[in-house]
Ligand binder design. Structure first.
Ligand code: SF4
Length: 619
């Protein structure tokens, strides 16, 4: 049975009142991939009565009152994506679609949904606590750079006026808060829960805000300092970033005016049995029956299986480090095989599992092999700048898993469409062979992101040589398996530290390797990432070095065009980029056209000012 979304559905369950009501910016799809249903089912399994208000009309408070007043609190999330990322392109243009909404329609949630939803709830029920969470709240928990305002904003906990923020994967924190409130504690008395942030009163000394020892607190530069001074912003980021290990991380305090944001250490990771129990909850594995239109996000994931969470790669532009953490939390093979078998029983299942993976597919079953299990570790990545000697990447579990899923009755194909780390595959020969032999489906997604080594280093990626070695082996293994298969390289333009010259180097390297790119991600400084800090400050906060940052739309457009140089529509931009670099002779090599003299006005848009190394070449 679906969780109730209306009074009628509450009545059908015999519930007059709910304990916790989830408010989400996504449509209600009862599947563990989506945060609100996952957490709602988790609380339900611990005896709480929960309901869901999905994509409420935020123009008045009425839609927030359809399930009545909850006994404990409202739990608010913007949805699976930050609402600003969901609504705008990297060029800050409004998107016209939304994959998490029936009919793929834009406009079912507001900009800054967490803040708007909280405000409506406070209008509706002034005295009911509101707990915010999900990716939007999690990544905006400290003072952060907001690309859409081009300004540093306060913690979203301050701006939303919510009562508590839960960051990261929320099962433990949410359950502890709910249980303690059920046992009679008021939310304002709950001051010490891992994975949460709260606001302390102006006269409240931070050391009394936690039951931890005083030396377990770290104060970072205040919102006001970080907003006024880029170096102070970079310092605040570096200090908070270093406290992500749940075992040694300290509570972090950041002043906002007279108030104190207190961010407790991250929640401890879930064990394998806990992960299994979570994914065995009675999900309907379908969108709520009230929807009459298709939801694209559902079509994408309905035949996929999550095998684990967490990623220890530490890529600079990725939110996983600050949200899921770097500890890999893997489900057991039995649990995943049971899910595959259940998929096989769905009437719509055609025999193909579209993915068995997580943030990085080949991290399943791997992790820290240090004697203390990484409890004392302060490295932000287990793979960068080189693989840690303690990293245990044994591929036997992952290999056995793929074979087992392939053998499930009713499963004809099982592809791995989550990205893989190719620098790990070097050390996972069995998994590599299995992947190439049975699970690629003709195309394997990998994310070198850049092949100019200094840019790859800023991204915390392995660089050109590792990628070339991998590509060589992939082609060899595919030939051995008798298959014609290809790589889809995910690449990024416009990253901090990347010049037009670097993009030319990348384009020429791809040509040499015989790779064509269909899609290029133009870097977007999403809240809370290392790369966004570089974008805003021009500083690599972990190394303390200054870097140049491409910021103008025009320069970013030219960077992108060099990767898409084989497309006719890009040729005017490619020509302009080459002219700026003084490399007109490369036009033929990149586009297949004869070099032609540059005519100003030939490309759409005016002249461009370059930053960094490319500037030397500009006219
Ligand atoms: S000790 Fe090494 S493998 Fe373990 S968490 Fe730290 S970096 Fe990763």
């Amino acid at each position: 049975m679906f969780l109730p979304v209306s009074r009628e559905e509450m009545t059908r369950r015999g519930w007059a009142e709910l304990d916790v009501i989830f408010v989400s910016g996504d449509a209600y799809i009862d599947h563990p991939t989506f945060g609100a249903p996952l957490l709602a089912r988790w609380l339900e399994s611990h005896g709480f009565r929960v309901g869901i208000i999905a994509q409420p009309d935020w123009h008045s408070k009425d839609a927030f009152m359809v399930l009545g007043r909850p006994k404990l609190f409202f739990a608010v999330s913007a949805g699976a994506m930050d609402s600003m990322v969901a609504h705008y392109t990297p060029a800050r243009k409004l998107r016209h679609d939304d994959a998490y909404t029936p009919g793929n329609r834009h406009g079912a949630r507001p900009n800054r949904a967490t803040i708007v939803y909280t405000s409506r709830l406070k209008e509706a029920y002034k005295d009911v606590p509101v707990v915010i969470g999900g990716i939007e709240a999690s990544l905006r928990r400290f003072a952060h750079y907001d690309f859409w305002e081009d300004a540093v904003r306060r913690s979203i906990l301050v701006d939303s006026k919510a009562d508590l923020l839960i960051y990261g994967m929320a099962e433990r924190a949410l359950l502890e808060v709910a249980v303690r409130m059920r046992n009679g504690e008021r939310l304002t008395q709950i001051m010490d829960v891992r994975g949460t942030c709260r606001i302390a009163k102006p006269d409240h000394h931070p050391e009394s805000a936690t039951d931890r020892e005083p030396d377990a607190l770290l104060e970072i530069p205040s919102f006001e300092d970080a907003a006024a001074d880029r170096q102070r912003f970079a310092d605040a980021f570096r200090l908070a970033y270093a406290e992500q290990n749940p075992w040694v991380g300290r509570a972090v305090v950041q002043r906002h005016g007279g108030r104190l944001l207190v961010c407790y250490p991250p929640a401890l990771p879930l064990s394998g049995p806990e992960m299994d129990a979570l994914y065995a909850l009675p999900f309907e594995k379908n969108p709520h029956p009230s929807y009459t239109e298709a939801i694209p996000a559902w079509s994408q994931i309905r035949s996929s299986i999550t095998s684990h969470r967490g990623c220890y790669g530490g890529c600079a532009f990725c939110a996983i480090t600050m949200h899921q953490g770097k500890q890999i939390q893997s489900r057991s093979q039995e649990s995943i095989v049971a899910e595959a078998a259940a998929l096989g029983r769905q009437h719509w299942f055609g025999g193909s599992i579209s993915d068995v993976g997580g943030p990085t597919a080949n991290m399943y079953g791997t992790g820290c092999g240090a004697p203390d299990g990484g409890r004392g570790c302060r490295r932000e990545s287990c793979l960068y700048p080189s693989a840690c000697r303690h990293l245990a990447v044994d591929d036997r579990r992952a290999l056995s898993l793929l074979k087992a899923v392939r053998g499930v009755s009713g499963v004809r194909h099982c592809t791995v469409s989550s990205g893989v780390r190719y620098d790990l595959l070097e050390r996972q020969p069995g998994y590599f062979r299995e992947l190439v032999g049975y699970h690629v489906g003709g195309l394997l997604k990998v994310a070198p992101e850049h092949l100019a080594d200094h840019v790859a280093a800023l991204m915390r990626k392995p660089g050109r040589k590792r990628f070339e070695d991998f590509l060589h082996r992939f082609r060899e293994e595919s030939a051995l398996a008798g298959k014609r298969q290809h790589i889809i390289p995910y690449l990024m333009s416009g990253h901090p530290g990347c010049t037009l010259e670097d993009m030319l180097e990348l384009a020429l390297a791809l040509k040499k390797l015989g790779l064509k790119v269909e899609q290029v991600q133009d870097f977007t400084p999403t809240p809370g990432t290392l790369s966004s800090c570089m974008y805003h400050t021009g500083i690599d906060p972990l190394r303390g070095t200054r870097i140049s940052v491409p910021k103008s739309d025009r320069e970013k457009r030219l960077q992108k065009s060099l990767l898409l140089c084989h497309l006719p529509a890009e040729r005017p931009y490619v020509r302009e980029a080459l002219e700026l670099l003084g490399k007109k002779e490369l036009l033929g090599e990149l586009t297949g056209l004869r070099a032609a003299p540059f005519v100003r006005g030939d490309s759409p848009g005016g002249p461009v000012r370059l930053h960094g190394k490319g500037k030397r070449k500009a006219r």
